[in-house]
Design a binder for this molecule. Structure first.
Ligand SMILES: [Zn+2]
Length: 312
């Protein structure tokens, strides 16, 4: 064999075995790890402890947990302690000076520069399947982007939210059981609405009952996730948190009220550490933890404020 021919055959071999698969491989288009993110609006950490929540307790016991989670940053606290800024921080991983949302009017929103974290999943894994189910409409209307499936179940008042939380759960369960989903976000609003109606406090039975109902819904989602035929290989992470606590019948202006501004974070599943998270945690850590788990390389140019917490 002549030398040029040998070189030619070698380069064809290298392109066919190394270069082309790296460029074209479907494996690069989807993450090998998956995540379920559950957001429970207005859930006070001490009321979570007081309520009977066997499903959430099991996730805490087998995962990482903290009650030191701050809904406001050190650098910036000008936004109100309500859902617009709260869910914006929870879903974008940046504080309100960046995402621009200071109240529920969404005036000043800047999700083009600081998008919902689904965007970064898609940047790294263009074929990843992202699903969002929410019953507080503004999340769907303003914040969600880059979702393959996004559903909204509009509601007003605690009774409608209780009903719509069941619909959110039903569709999330169906997706977790049947679809090739990589990141699933489910938002449940009835706990917050019940707090506004009857009081945010561990001694308020309507409030703890609403928390127990949500616990059952979390249980259904976890069971559906674990029933997936390929569950063991899919490496699922479960993250649960809230946007704020509450006091009396509300939670606005809660900058110096611990029951409003300090809350909890659960990071559970096989990829999670077991035990108390010792570091200080923040609402903006939620999406960064999910992104890191699914294998997204965090680019400093995205200017995310959060850090991954509770992962092995
Ligand atoms: Zn509220």
């Amino acid at each position: 064999m002549t030398k040029p021919l040998l070189r030619y055959l070698l380069s064809v071999f290298l392109i066919a075995t190394i270069v082309l698969p790296a460029v074209l491989s479907a494996d690069d288009q989807v993450p090998t790890r998956r995540a379920l993110l559950i957001g429970i609006d207005g859930l006070r950490a001490d009321a979570l402890k007081a309520a009977k929540t066997p499903h959430i307790d099991a996730l805490i016991e087998s995962g990482a947990f903290t009650e030191n989670t701050q809904i406001l940053g050190e650098r910036y606290q000008e936004n109100d302690t309500i859902s617009g800024p709260g869910w914006s921080s929870f879903l974008t991983g940046v504080w309100a000076d960046k995402h621009g949302v200071h109240d529920n009017s969404f005036t000043g929103k800047n999700y083009t520069e600081y998008p919902h974290f689904f965007h970064y999943v898609k940047v790294q894994f263009p074929q990843a399947k992202t699903h969002s189910f929410v019953d507080w409409s503004p999340i769907d209307e303003h914040i969600v982007s880059d979702a393959d499936v996004h559903k909204v179940y509009p509601a007003h008042g605690h009774e409608e939210y209780t009903k719509q939380d069941r619909e959110v759960t039903r569709d999330a369960v169906k997706t977790l059981r049947e679809d090739d989903c990589h990141v699933v976000m489910a938002y449940l609003g009835a706990v917050d609405e019940t707090g506004h109606r009857y009081g945010f406090h561990p001694s308020v039975s309507a409030y703890t009952t609403a928390i127990e109902r949500v616990d059952a819904q979390v249980g259904l989602m976890i069971r559906a996730m674990r029933s997936r035929p390929n569950f063991d290989a899919e490496d699922w992470l479960v993250v649960i948190s809230t946007d704020h606590g509450g006091q009396g019948l509300g939670h606005g202006g809660g900058h110096s009220i611990d029951e409003i501004r300090t809350t909890f974070l659960i990071v559970s599943g096989q990829p999670a550490k077991v035990g108390k998270i010792e570091e200080q945690t923040y609402l903006v850590d939620v999406p960064v933890t999910v992104l890191t788990h699914v294998g997204v390389k965090i680019d400093p140019e995205w200017e995310l404020d959060g850090q991954a917490r509770g992962l092995k």
